[in-house]
Design a protein around this ligand. Structure first.
Ligand SMILES: [Zn+2]
Length: 405
């Protein structure tokens, strides 16, 4: 048993924080009781720690465990997957030390193995949920436009694979299910770091999206869609996609569809911010910089309007590992949501915990309550006063066990 006391306990539920709070975690790593120190007794034989603030461990709902260290897509392909996996193992340690106890990888070749190694206790890291490789149409965001088609078709190294027509989409989805993925990642618009398409171009037909979603939902896993323009957001949502990634150009009809379907929005402002502010110094290809500059204002504006319209927003960074967008710095997304979008701190915290847990989806993560996993982030100062306090990590517990920082 472990007792974690906090002067201020933020449960992540839609309620006021508890002053002089206490969490008791059972030996199996699940929470036994949460409440005030007055109401919840501390078992005599328990390990007992106290911190200024405790809150649920953070969740990054959109990242890539690629283990890459520069921003040049050609290098990502030519480096070995062993090197990528080894670096991503180090990235997982940094994520955990930064208070992220759960991550959702939405496109990589190595995360399935990393997920299992973490679950076995062989390497330290957050709980990993992964889509494996994403699925894109030919010429779409997941294609590698700068390579001959024959190479792309034969390669299994890319972040994505290609499928065209409902039948091929169905088969590609079934191949992912066969690999044991937790979520299916598809691309329903063009993107920033793909050379020859654009964020506002819709990709995949309705019939293709429908086939992908049907295969995923048949086995009870959600579908995440890379969708930046309104057309691709709408085709994703009307065909049952569960989470919209990026969402640069959202209109009222998009927001209505979020409410009708119960889908969650994962904006990934952090990568956009870093690309525009510092991308030129880090070797980002010029086509990517240009598209990012064009879309930045609309992107932040979409998130602001989504917040006003009560669309559920989850924290996701789209970080990959290079110095420009490194794992461990993922708290940037929370800061941008609070300081640039104007979300209230308590809502940002929910975006990084309870709402992000919806994307997995996991009922036992994201809030501190009896029966849930004992994933706790302890801080030295109050994130409800200044969201940057989430960087003031005092301790991290995963399943009630303290993590080596
Ligand atoms: Zn991404």
């Amino acid at each position: 048993m472990r007792v974690i006391d906090a002067d201020l306990l933020i449960t992540g539920r839609d309620e006021e924080p508890i002053e002089a709070g206490r969490i008791v975690v059972a030996d199996d790593g699940t929470i036994d009781a949460v409440g005030t120190q007055e109401d919840v007794a501390a078992p005599a034989d328990a390990d007992h720690e106290a911190h200024p603030v405790a809150m649920p461990g953070l969740i990054d709902a959109h990242l890539h465990l690629l283990g890459v260290r520069d921003m040049e897509p050609m290098t990502w392909l030519t480096e070995s997957s062993e090197l990528g996996a080894a670096r991503a193992t180090a990235d997982l340690r940094d994520l955990l030390a930064a208070g992220f106890t759960t991550v959702r990888d939405v496109g990589s070749t190595t995360a399935l193995g990393l997920r299992d190694a973490v679950a076995e206790g062989e390497i330290p890291g957050p709980r990993v949920f992964t889509s494996g490789q994403s699925i894109s149409q030919t010429g779409g965001h997941g294609d590698l436009h700068f390579l001959p088609y024959d190479w792309v078709e034969k390669s299994d190294q890319g972040v994505g694979t290609l499928a065209d027509g409902a039948d091929e989409c169905r088969k590609e989805a079934r191949k992912r299910v066969r690999q044991g993925v937790d979520v299916l990642k598809i691309m329903t618009t063009g993107g920033v770091l793909s050379e020859k398409d654009a964020p506002d171009q819709t990709q995949f037909t309705d019939a293709e999206v429908e086939a992908l979603v049907e295969e995923a939902h048949r086995v009870g896993i959600p579908v995440a869609s890379h969708a930046q323009g309104a057309g691709g957001v709408k085709s994703a949502l009307r065909n049952g996609v569960d989470t919209i990634e990026h969402g640069f150009y959202l209109d009222q009809r998009c927001f209505d569809l979020f409410h009708e379907t119960g889908a969650t929005f994962v904006p990934t402002l952090a990568i956009m911010h870093r690309l525009v502010e510092q991308g030129a110094d880090h070797g980002v290809p010029e086509y990517g910089l240009e598209k990012a500059r064009e879309a930045r204002e609309a992107h932040f504006d979409s998130v602001e309007r989504a917040y006003e319209d009560d669309v559920p927003i989850a924290v996701g960074t789209d970080f990959l590992g290079p110095e420009l967008i490194p794992h461990g710095e993922n708290a940037l997304e929370l800061e941008l949501l609070a300081n640039e979008v104007g979300m209230a701190e308590r809502d940002v915290i929910q975006s990084a915990t309870r709402v992000a847990a919806r994307t997995v989806p996991a009922d036992d993560l994201g809030t501190l309550e009896a029966g849930n996993a004992g994933d706790v982030l302890a801080l030295d100062s109050d994130p409800l006063a200044d969201i940057s306090a989430v960087r003031d990590v005092a301790a991290v517990y995963k399943g009630g066990e303290p993590v080596e920082l």
